[in-house]
Design a protein around this ligand. Structure first.
Ligand SMILES: [Zn+2]
Length: 252
């Protein structure tokens, strides 16, 4: 990897193709924040123009590049498992904390996708009477901890503002619900390592204590082994690394 650049995700696929064409890439890896499978975007709550769109085939036709497409949290987890904070761990659960709550699971170096869309911990229902979620259900982890919902609940305009305020009540809330979600995931998946990434993971000191307490309180009691809990080492390059690794080895 010699260079990396950034531009906001264009609202429409043909604008994206236009931007990419100028870069003349030979391989394109798309880390998509939504439900993506077999080159297609199945559900895209934040970028409606992409909904149901065969993005990989389209970009490949428009740019003549080879295209791999996956969910951004899957690629984040693959990057951290192979090149980042969870190197050497056999089963790795990655969680991305930001606009939404994304997740990925890597087993023996390969992303676990189930029948296509596995690991959407943001849509784990933790409070059946909770607020409505973008997916159509109620009380999903993301309906409590997605950046917009979390900030609105405590009267902040952005997560940055909530960091700066260091509001203990708000971050206790965040840590409690996140820890509860992680405890459920540990009981189901028992990974060797959990890696936290995404913008809000930058505030881990603020919610670490209530999160650890909720994990300890929610994991089954006979389980003595401590799961390794780490923060992303690759930061916003983790999904880029994951995309690179997937393009190199499409079977992952
Ligand atoms: Zn949901």
């Amino acid at each position: 990897m010699v260079d990396s650049g950034a531009f906001p995700t264009p609202r429409k696929p043909d604008e994206l193709a236009g931007q990419l064409k100028e870069m003349k890439p030979s391989v394109i890896a798309v880390a998509f924040a939504g439900f993506a499978h077999q080159g297609k975007i199945a559900f895209s709550p934040n970028l409606p123009e992409y909904q149901g769109f065969p993005l990989a085939e389209f970009l490949s036709r428009e740019t003549s590049a080879r295209v791999v497409l996956d969910n951004d949290a899957n690629l984040f987890t693959l990057g951290e498992a192979k090149r980042g904070a969870a190197r050497g761990a056999r089963t790795v659960l990655g969680l991305t904390l930001g606009t939404g709550i994304g997740g990925g699971l890597v087993i023996d170096g390969k992303v676990y996708r189930g029948a296509g869309f596995a690991l959407e911990p943001g849509h784990m229902i933790v409070d059946p009477n909770g607020p409505p979620c973008g997916c159509g259900n109620r009380g999903c982890l993301e309906s409590l901890l997605g950046e917009e919902a979390f900030c609105a609940r405590f009267g902040y305009a952005s997560a940055k503002e909530a960091f700066e305020a260091g509001d203990e009540k708000a971050w206790d809330f965040y840590g409690y619900w996140l820890g509860l979600g992680i405890a459920n995931l540990l009981n189901i998946l028992d990974p060797d390592a959990v890696v936290l990434g995404g913008g809000i993971a930058g505030a881990t000191e603020l919610f670490e204590k209530p999160m650890i307490a909720a994990i300890a309180g929610g994991t089954v009691k006979w389980k003595r082994r401590k799961t390794r809990l780490a923060r992303s080492e690759l930061g916003d390059k983790a999904a880029l690394w994951g995309g690179y690794l997937l393009a190199e080895n499409p079977g992952d």
